[in-house]
Design a protein around this ligand. Structure first.
Ligand code: SAH
Ligand code: SF4
Length: 392
């Protein structure tokens, strides 16, 4: 990849139909839902209370049928059913890995598809969700970055992935019962498809819903947003979301980072580190996770490890080493286990936690950076077939 490769790729303009018919309540903020209720004739004085009731049905008990909302009058339920829907993305397929990892392909409006991954762990479980169909950025080691089709997910489509997973894990508490403390779905990571900070408002609204104490109730400490380094939006994330932050660092010189994470050409390592220094304080979070993908002979030398320590000095940090997940046609190789161990050791001795991320769900291509929608794969393979047969 040449140094002047594009930072972003063109976004295909996908015609979006103006939603006709009933509006979806999923993804609305409390304020938006209140306005929507008033617009259908709910008296202003009652609107806040009604939002609270509906909110609990949807997000605490997982109810999607207005007629089951028994603390609302029959007439009001009928009005709601007339004016609104409660819809989440539709599951197209589900795969379960030998290690218990689940991967779903879900369909969103317009027929686009995104992938969602659930990783069960001892006493907890992490859901990896997507924020965009594809990604406008073009990180050279990332499979999603090669996908041309791009659109932002709505807030409803983002929080809808969490609701879909709770459905599949059968984890909605029975009406009237408290949410269990030990949860199957206890953590969320925004590490699926897309750059969350290029879809800031929708990601923020969706995560606010996931954190709401009268709903899904996930603490902001259990939500981690991963960004490639959209510097201006990082400060906003601290202020407006307050979740944990992970940064796709991946290189210790601008020269290498420009190639791996081309957004570095817009905001370089020094600018990125500057904003990261203030993140923990503003968001009141403990430390930042630096993600570092281990690419054989590219960014994995001892010198890189020492440079990394120097760069992040003073920032409360954990270094997450990710063995490169290879995908068909990828231009890199995974570093050897010995190399990863040596790198990790140097970072660890400097006083930083340096866990090596265990690849999970490899047999179902569920690992980080391998996600790509099936429609896109089909599109590609059809094109390949056309090329092979001399058509085109
Ligand atoms: N766009 C965001 C979040 C999604 S990617 C970001 O870039 O941070 C989640 C993590 O997986 C990022 O750290 C990303 O750099 C990493 N990743 C992408 N492709 C990968 C691959 N093939 N192998 C290992 N990690 C990869
Ligand atoms: Fe987009 Fe993240 Fe992949 Fe880069 S690593 S192309 S930002 S999804």
């Amino acid at each position: 990849m040449s140094a002047d490769a594009p930072i972003t790729q063109d976004v295909m303009t996908i015609p979006r139909k103006v939603p006709a018919g009933p509006a979806n309540l999923v993804g609305m903020t409390r304020a938006a839902m209140r306005d929507a209720l008033i617009a259908i004739g709910t008296p202003e004085k009652q609107a806040k209370m009604r939002v609270g009731q509906i909110w609990q049905w949807i997000y605490q008990w997982g109810v999607r049928d207005f007629y089951a909302m028994t603390n609302l009058s029959k007439a009001f339920r009928a009005e709601l059913a007339e004016a609104f829907v409660i819809e989440i993305p539709e599951v197209v397929s589900k795969q379960v890995s030998t290690d218990g990892t689940r991967k779903w392909l879900v369909r969103i409006a317009g027929g686009h598809e995104v992938e969602v991954v659930y990783i069960p762990e001892e006493g907890r479980g992490t859901l990896c969700i997507s924020s965009q169909v594809g990604c406008t950025l073009t990180c050279s080691f990332c499979h999603t970055g090669t996908q041309k089709l791009v659109r932002n997910l709505t807030a409803g489509e983002i929080v809808g992935q969490v609701m879909m997973a709770r459905d599949d894990l059968d984890e909605w508490p029975e009406h009237g019962k408290r949410t269990e403390d030990a949860r199957l779905l206890s953590n969320i990571v925004l590490m699926g498809m897309g750059e969350p900070l290029y879809n800031f408002e929708n990601v923020r609204d969706a995560m606010k819903i996931a954190m709401d104490p009268e709903g899904i109730q996930l603490s902001r400490r259990r939500i981690t947003l991963s960004t490639s380094g959209v510097v201006p939006e990082i400060a906003r994330t601290a202020e407006e979301i307050g979740c944990q932050l992970a940064v796709s660092f991946h290189a210790t010189t601008d020269e290498v980072r420009n190639k791996l994470v081309p957004i570095n050409k817009r905001w370089n390592i020094a600018e990125l580190l500057d904003v990261l220094r203030t993140y923990p304080k503003v968001s009141n979070s403990e430390r930042i996770t630096f993600e570092y993908v281990m690419l054989d002979g590219v960014n994995d030398s001892d010198e890189d490890a020492y440079r990394l320590i120097e760069l992040i000095r003073g920032i409360p940090a954990k270094i997450n080493l990710i063995p490169f997940n290879e995908w068909p046609g990828a231009p890199y190789k995974r570093s050897s286990n010995n190399r990863i161990r040596a790198f990790s050791e140097i970072v660890y001795k400097a006083g930083y936690a340096s866990p090596v991320r265990k690849p999970r769900g490899e047999d179902i291509m569920a690992a980080c950076g391998q996600l790509k929608s099936a429609t896109e794969r089909e599109r590609k393979s059809r094109r390949e077939i056309a090329a092979e047969t001399g058509l085109n």
